[in-house]
Design a protein around this ligand. Structure first.
Ligand code: AMP
Ligand code: ZN
Length: 142
């Protein structure tokens, strides 16, 4: 636990929040700046900074909790789809440095949904660059 961390404060009951679900390892609560109606966050109770640091058991627990909640937003809120989002690092838009997965319900009804794709879909990349980068990653991962 970190004294400076707002999400540790939420787990500890020090920072007010709208709790949605909890189990031994995870805690889920509503995001205060929702990208769509029902946008919430799932976090491990144990502090980890980000995706690169979180232990496998906490990552598994948070991911399973996010899946369970995704089913609930479809069934209870009538979402037409769901995006899961994790931001890892400030350059990847992470602003709170306690690992979290955003569960963002998506709606055809845009009065409930303010999210847009952050890149232009359907723009082909350079084939050689794709192949070179894929090869570099493959060589360190296999
Ligand atoms: P990220 O930019 O991926 O690190 O996401 C951090 C998220 O935490 C943002 O969507 C914020 O709106 C949300 N957030 C920050 N502080 C709080 C809080 N006290 N209660 C609920 N959500 C929060
Ligand atoms: Zn924390």
């Amino acid at each position: 636990m970190s004294d400076q961390c707002v999400f540790c404060g939420i787990v500890n009951g020090v920072v007010p929040n709208t709790k949605v679900a909890e189990d031994d390892a995870t805690y889920a609560f509503m995001d205060i700046n929702p990208a769509s109606d029902g946008h919430l966050l799932v976090i491990p109770k144990r502090h980890s900074t980000d995706l690169l640091e979180i232990p496998a058991d906490d990552l598994t627990a948070v991911t399973l909790s996010a899946q369970r909640i995704a089913k609930a937003v479809v069934e209870e809120l009538g979402a037409d789809g769901v995006n899961l989002l994790n931001c890892c690092g400030a350059d990847a838009w992470q602003t709170v440095f306690h690992f979290h997965i955003h569960v963002i319900p998506r709606y055809r009804d845009k009065t409930k949904d303010r999210l847009g794709l952050p890149w232009k879909p359907g723009v082909p990349g350079d084939a050689e660059t794709i192949s070179t980068i894929g090869g570099r990653l493959s060589s360190v991962l296999s």
